[in-house]
Ligand binder design. Sequence first.
Ligand code: HSE
Length: 304
Amino acid sequence: MKTAFAPASVSNLNCGFDILGLAIDRPGDEITVAFNEEKVIRIVSIKGDNGKLPYATEKNTAGVAVQSLFQHLGEKRGVDISIHKKMPFGSGLGSSAASAVGAVLAANALLDNPLSKKELIPFAIDGEVIASGSRHGDNIVPSLLGGFVLVRSEHDIVELPVPKSMYCTVVHPKVEILTKTARDILPKEVIMSDAIHQSANMGSFVAALYQDDMELLARSMEDYLATPYRKSLMPEFDRVKKAAQYGGAVAFGISGAGPSMFALVIGQSRATQVGELMQKALSSKDIDSTLFVSKVNEQGARIL
Ligand code: HSE
């Protein structure tokens, strides 16, 4: 029997829609796999989901990810999968991705690690596709590998430097936004000037991390592709952004498809202060929220 922990992740990071993400320390999911006699891959227990997740293997991100891995390896044995969800759904924190990542990491460990973490990426993405309907690795890859990652393609991953003392503050307002809704609101085509701004920002974001230049990083983290269309779905986006900026955040934005919002902040105490200010901006409008403050998690998913 093997159990893996897979952390939550913050994707897009404004300038990298569908291609950039980072891992945080918590929350995260715990997935346990154990061989069974029946030679089938099945979900035997799901905790912490309020009854929302499907038990059918082919409808569950963890189940599909393990099926895909076993098929690739020609593995004929079966496993029982137990899922302990420790993060909210529809939160923008890569919940479905974490379950797929935890499942493939635990299953690979059970088989004595035939594949490296990087080689597990396509199978975890196969699981994530069931939940999001689209094949993007910007939650899967940071949850699996940790750190800041650029997903040029699922076979071409760039692990970016993590600035010292960089913290990620995440505030999750207690409202649910379906990823599908947040994707459907986006235009099907972008105008040339927006594409130019976005690619300039993406390039300078990468340079800023290599040069440890937080001012350039702040200027680069502006989004032309998703945030302008999605911010109306987020509760009090402008108010929360102002609060984060007032607190001294380097950058602020929507985490994944939302409704969680994140800030990148230098130093732990400032990161906590920024989070409290963001929460206050929401509570002044009677919106409850949960705060997570963590260093950028450089380890990613791990066997417990
Ligand atoms: N990059 C994705 C999005 C993350 O923003 O829609 C959610 O799956």
